[in-house]
Design a protein around this ligand. Sequence first.
Ligand code: ACM
Length: 680
Amino acid sequence: MMRFWFCCALLLGLLTQSGLAQPEAPTLLPVPAELRWGRGRLSLSTPLKLQLDNSPDPAVAAAVGRLLARLYGSAKPPATGPVLQIRYGRAGHAEQFDEERYSLRVTPIGVSIDAPTSLGVLRALATLEQLPIREKRHPYLPEVDVQDRPRFAWRGLLIDAARHFLPVPVIKRNLDGMAAVKLNVLHWHLSDDQGFRVESKLLPRLSQVGGANGFYTQAEVRDVIEYAAARGIRVVPEFDVPGHATSWITAYPRLASNDSAYAVPTRWGVLNVALDPTRETTYSLLDSLFTEMTALFPDPYFHIGGDENDGRQWRRNPRISAFMRAKGFVKADGKTVDKHQLQTYFNRRVLTMLQKNGKIMVGWDEILGPDLPKEAVVQSWRGKKGLTDAAQLGHPVLLSNGYYLDLNYSAASHYAADPLPPDTPLTAAEQKLVLGGEAAMWAEFADSTILDSRIWPRAGAVAERLWSPQAAAQDVADLYRRLPAVSSELETLGLRHRRGPEQLLTQMAGSGSTAPLRTLAEVLEPVKEYKRHFQGFKYTTQTPLNRLVDVAPAESEVARRFGTLVDSVVAGGTGVAGRPGRLPQQLVALRAQLLRWQANDPGLQKLLALNPALREYGPLSTQLAAVSRILLERLTQLQTGQPPTVAWRSAARATLNAAEAPAGQAELAIVRAARKLAGV
Ligand code: ACM
């Protein structure tokens, strides 16, 4: 008995290792389904030794190799030391929605991962990568028991490589980012009005003409698919038809719905140019292309777009209108032609081609209609209703509404969108049709320098929404606490969401310091939604994306933190006065921040004046300084207990109204919080 207690005490001593508790707030993202922290730790000073018997999937050893290299540099695995034991049943197939669940245990003597398939192991390794506590000189893994599984099988990221061509390394590093947060579908938007980005050997003009400024060879596509598969990620291509296809028509004018001569457009916007759905030659060309592309892309799903064709070209062409009448594609009045029925006819023909090649068709929610075969998957982007309508009609569905990263909304807003919210009107059977969702990164305003910063870290919020149990993913403040850690992790993986904008700043600053520009840029955000198209600056595909608006984060972390500080001060109330102990830190921090912003303006104005491309941002720096001055006065009022005068309030209101005006398609992200603090 003594011996037993002695052993227990020894074990307990090992586990608690001098009684140090785990960090109270670990930074795992997405939050695992079940998680129990122990009190022990596993030192990372000695590299882990891999124990992997019987590994039918080479992706596992490769992923472990990458992880260990990142943890320890390129050190060779030691002969002895703590063990990383991995056991799994069989090779997993992402494209078959194979099992991704796993268990991961870290104890003071080693790490063990168990999973039914290799996909689960890859997900476990992504969790393990987020575990190390990088305490100075003594990095360690905290003791933990994780039992994890995804909420949704389809957790995607759409990357639009059509609007701006994105070279293979850009796609690959974003695949690394996806794997880090357990996203598992790359939706590769490969064609649009402005570009056709894949080599076709049967229809070479598609990429020669549509991809004149960049396309992927078939070898490169295979390389990306292999790279993705090694990370448990599927690649679903999108070839957008019948709208968004001007590049196709430019290459093959016989596809056009009118007699116009087309060039690959350099302008943005919904062009409402559409393929002619009445000619058999259109279908024979599509059949050739889709036969070639369905062989190139092994995933069973194949996206045909189908969005944003208002049918104006079809209605205006007497021959196409006559076709619609002859087929009975008319509205309830019996006379007006119905473009939707013609598009459904087109969709059905495309669906037959895809089915012949063993594929399941996916399309945007415009493809939905009573005659659409149930097998077609509907991706809802225009509203939540698209998802419920489609599921109620028996279609598998995906949610993208709420997940459009290019609208420059906050991570919190993406987090709030849920494919199956608690108040979903769907029945249990209909809910089973909800495959998941996809973050969408449309790239009118993103080239290869800027793209990563428009995706990350906000896509992490979508990743968590789609992976974690609903109940475990509700705390927005905690999401924001974890996102910076993910952001740092992603930089070490090779993402350039921090370095890309920094590179632009360096170019702008020339021989001067980047600091004053950065101070302004980091409290700016690009104007929201698609307002950037409508603010006096004409963008084309040729416009360089190298202005301060391109450096400005989609969601300003500095402004968000400022807002949090303001909230805590305001929650403290005007009772700050006379109670100096009440919120000293927040007040000191706020005052320091405001003084920095105020002091930034004079030097920055000199720099802006020297560079014509930067001058347009002068007013924003002026406004930032003016708002700071008002808020410094407000802090003094709060601290001295002096109520603001009517004149002060009116001047403050005028300053804050002026500060709302965008410049250079960017806006100050601190105005709402400033209003709160000023109380106007
Ligand atoms: C879309 O955003 N047009 C699908």
